[in-house]
Write a protein that binds this ligand. Structure first.
Ligand code: CTP
Length: 400
């Protein structure tokens, strides 16, 4: 079993007063499910949107709302709670963060329990802002968020969509999965170090039609490619994802292009590569396709016993590689290292990621994988079994 990166991690969740505050209940549930210990600090206005009792029940810890201890009951031993909590936490997540809280933290205000904690923070603070579109797009908010980012806060930007006001635009709290991926990213020691990089990723299988009903495909789920696209995006890169059929979901900001066949994927790669500096070809492109695609369903009574197939174009071998960093994948069952090195050389790659189907809990459909990275220089890095998201980050580390 691979230990979840969030297991045993101490997270303070700060909740502020906006309609998305109800989503903090789901955030706690998901963080706790993954083994994190969560303590909640709410701004007074957050309690208008969700009851502290809900969050204390889900987190199994008392919720802090008041900045001062309850002296009426002579409970005065809590007077440095903000320092204690700041020292206790591995990470502070403020989600949702209102524009008011964002502004206060940007200017060092400490006028309620949460802003006081933020001022005392020792660990990274991840901020997921949410507001109505005009408040979010307000230049003052933009400036405050940019300032916080330059101060080392990790910002998970709001998303576009329908807002509680009925307006539509940027301001929705980021999807919870993206917030939790950001928490994992930060706890793993990664930051937005890929800003300005343009990365093209391919993912999933290609499907080669035989007739309107049947096709040739493979078992690729797309999980590794999607993990690469997400990790690259969270680290600040501009990401384009060319995806074969997959049930994985990409973040809203990832420029996703859906393709079906190897031919379609080749066309898309040729077009998009011009705009990108890096290509990570994790798709399981079919090597063969039927010579002819029947426009009508092939009937059994025709006693068909063979389908004529022909090779697809090898995308990696055919692309123009000048001034690009190209990473390929190799899926091998025998002579793994030798075969991967052969592919690295023949396809003129900068690095190849060797996937072995021999390892338990790695390969198709699993959330985990065990890979070996082989670089053009000959440097070989054997990575232990870990989540595809963690592997994605290790691959990205080797690109620069
Ligand atoms: N690839 C490609 N175009 C193809 C087939 C594969 O660009 N038509 C890429 C894959 O995306 C991967 C790399 O080539 O990055 C290696 O793919 P793999 O299936 O391991 O190897 P093949 O070259 O197809 O050879 P074989 O199947 O015989 O091992």
């Amino acid at each position: 079993m691979v230990k979840d990166l969030l297991y045993g991690k101490k997270i303070v969740l700060g909740v502020t007063g906006c309609i998305a505050a109800y989503k903090s209940a789901y955030l706690i549930r998901d963080l706790v499910k993954r083994g994190a210990e969560v303590k909640v600090v709410m701004s007074p206005s957050a309690t208008q949107f969700i009851a502290p009792l809900t969050l204390s029940t889900l987190s199994k810890n008392a919720v802090v709302v008041n900045i001062f201890p309850d002296t009426k009951n002579h409970n005065t031993n809590l007077n440095t709670w903000h320092i204690d909590l700041a020292q206790w936490s591995d990470l502070i997540l403020i989600a949702p963060a209102t524009v008011n809280t964002v502004a206060k933290i940007a200017y060092g205000f400490a006028d309620n329990a949460l802003t006081t904690l933020a001022a005392a923070a020792r660990s990274t603070v991840v901020l997921a802002p949410a507001a109505d579109v005009d408040m979010y797009e307000n230049p003052a908010t933009k400036e405050n968020l940019a300032k916080l980012e330059s101060l080392g806060y990790f910002i998970v930007e709001a998303e576009e969509g329908e807002l509680a006001s009925g307006l539509s635009g940027k301001g929705r709290l980021a999807e919870l999965d993206k917030i939790i991926d950001s928490v994992e990213l930060v706890l793993s020691g990664f930051e937005k170090d890929l800003k300005g990089k343009k990365i093209l990723v391919t993912a999933g299988p290609t499907i080669e039609d035989i007739d309107p009903v049947r096709f040739i495909a493979n078992r690729s789920s797309g999980k590794m490619g999607y993990a690469l696209a997400k990790a690259a995006f969270l680290r600040g890169a501009d990401v384009t994802l060319i995806s074969g059929t997959s049930s994985e979901i990409a973040y809203q900001e990832i420029n996703k292009l859906n393709v079906r066949s190897a031919d379609e994927m080749k066309k898309a790669v040729d077009k998009e590569l011009k705009k990108n500096d890096f290509l990570i070809m994790s798709a399981a492109v079919a090597d063969y396709k039927p010579v002819k695609v029947s426009s009508k369903k092939m009937k059994k009574e025709k006693n068909l016993t063979e389908i004529k197939i022909t090779k697809t174009t090898d995308i990696l071998s055919s692309i123009k590689k000048e001034n690009k960093i190209i990473v390929g994948f190799a899926l091998e069952t025998d002579n793994e290292i030798a075969n991967a090195k052969k592919k690295l050389k023949e396809k003129q790659l900068d690095m190849i990621v060797l996937n072995s189907l021999k390892d338990k809990r790695s390969g198709f459909e699993f959330e985990t994988n065990k890979v070996t990275l082989i670089k053009k220089s000959g440097k070989t890095i054997k990575l232990p079994l870990q989540s595809k998201f963690q592997i994605a980050n290790k691959i990205l580390d080797q690109l620069f």
